[in-house]
Ligand binder design. Structure first.
Ligand code: S3P
Length: 176
């Protein structure tokens, strides 16, 4: 796949660094950056916890799915940070894989717990995190590249992504 005309999607669990790294990567590539959670908050005028609280998770997922489709259809190649649960939806996973390169930012549970502010993530309080992560891993592992962010800085992760993107043609050809 020629990635230069495609989106670059970052997936992974809450706290894996998708937003911070996505911004840095977009800067380096001189591309627009979109964070699906930020977009949902902007469109709805409400915070993610407020949406969960008032309308429930199914409504949040409906908005998230529609947004992923809309972003995927945009023909300006962007860097996109996906919400941690978005790829549980099979159609979203297919759309993402068809329209870009998917990178999984992996992270240890210890680091996730250190990094995440539970008040901003409704599921952080209510779900058993390891179970939740295990449910998500099959989707995350559909990525073309998996990068462990547990012990490296966002800048180092971004640098690794840049190096990988320069090599990506041969990497992807090998994985086909
Ligand atoms: C969620 C992750 C959050 C946000 C929402 C649900 C999840 O995004 O979409 O709180 O289901 O894992 P981040 O992965 O950006 O934290």
């Amino acid at each position: 796949m020629e990635w230069r005309n495609k989106h670059i999607y970052l997936c992974g669990f809450m706290g894996s660094g998708k937003t911070t790294i996505g911004r840095l990567l977009a800067d380096r590539l001189k591309r627009p950056f979109t964070d699906t959670d930020e977009q949902i908050e902007k469109i709805s005028g409400q915070s993610i916890p407020a949406i969960f609280e008032q309308y429930g998770e199914p409504e949040f997922r409906r908005i998230e799915k529609a947004l992923v489709r809309r972003i995927a259809a945009d023909n300006i190649p962007s860097v996109i940070a996906l919400g941690g649960g978005s790829l549980m939806d099979e159609e979203s996973l297919s759309v993402v894989r068809a329209t870009g390169l998917l990178v999984f930012l992996d992270c240890s549970m210890d680091r996730i717990i250190e990094r995440v502010n539970p008040s901003s993530r409704p599921l952080f309080k209510t779900e058993r995190l390891t179970d939740l992560l295990n449910q998500r891993l099959p989707g995350y592992r559909q990525a073309s590249w998996i990068l462990d962010t547990s012990h490296i800085s966002p800048e180092q992760t971004t640098e690794k992504l840049m190096v990988w993107l320069h090599e990506v043609k041969s990497t992807i050809e090998k994985s086909l």
